[in-house]
Design a protein around this ligand. Structure first.
Ligand SMILES: [Zn+2]
Length: 248
């Protein structure tokens, strides 16, 4: 018997309710819109939760914060329509700013207990050379919130959600932006949707920036699919939630 037989890699295609926790408005789609579109097409309910307000990346610096926020949400809703996202949530922490890690974790506990996802997607906080603290904090807080969702002595930011919560199973966590993938999703059938979704993010990229992003992802998606039976992929580290602690 091996540990893999006891804790097999969870089947991503079994996911029915998926909570995708991202630092910024576009991370879920840049990293995983291909597989998320497929899962939505297969009937999964996909929820997006964005941790920061993303205001630092808005290209037009003449916009007020309110107008910039509106532009970001407009773009995100347009992309969500293509991907098939059911609902969006925002926490509004200051982009690249100073905020409390445990406040984020409490909020993520709230949404996990409220939405009861069976799969969680987030960015890999252990990505080699990740210099953006929003990504490290979001990925780590999401990992802890997944581990601690059933431990109701650990309070979320909403006592009403905590008292109504009946512990449920989270079958797996999928990390994107990872250097150690154990699953390459075949995104050949949803590549066009992914690029269509990314082209919605006009507030954060000028036309040249969007072209560069698409060119880079075009190359990357083919590179990660080398040796596979399909031409384009998205790399993920998919773990049983029991594997999130002490490496078992
Ligand atoms: Zn980001």
């Amino acid at each position: 018997m091996t540990i893999e037989t006891i804790l097999p890699i969870p089947d991503i295609f079994s996911a029915k309710r998926i909570l995708c926790i991202q630092p910024h408005y576009d991370d879920n789609d840049i990293a995983a819109a291909g597989i998320l579109t497929q899962l939505a097409q297969k009937g999964a309910e996909v929820f997006y939760l964005t941790v920061t307000n993303d205001l630092m990346g808005v290209v037009d610096s003449s916009l007020s914060d309110d107008d910039a926020a509106e532009a970001l949400k407009r773009d995100q809703f347009a992309a969500a329509k293509i991907v098939g996202v059911k609902e969006q949530y925002w926490l509004g922490y200051p982009d690249a700013g100073e905020y409390d890690y445990f406040a984020v974790r409490r909020d993520l506990l709230k949404y996990i207990r409220m939405l009861k996802p069976d799969f969680v997607f987030t960015c890999d906080p252990w990505l080699t050379y990740e210099g953006h603290r929003d990504h490290i904090q979001t990925g780590l807080a999401a990992s802890e919130a997944v581990m601690f969702a059933g431990l109701t002595k650990i309070a979320s930011s909403d006592p009403k959600v905590d008292s109504a919560y009946e512990p449920h199973d989270i079958n797996g966590i999928a990390f994107y932006f990872t250097r150690e993938p154990n699953f390459i999703a075949d995104i050949s059938s949803t590549w066009e949707e992914k690029i269509g979704a990314l082209r919605c993010y006009e507030a954060q990229f000028d036309p040249q920036g969007l072209d560069q992003l698409v060119t880079a992802l075009d190359a990357k998606s083919q590179q990660v699919a080398q040796g596979q039976a399909f031409p384009r992929g998205e790399p993920l580290k998919v773990l049983n939630t029991s594997a999130l602690h002490v490496g078992i």
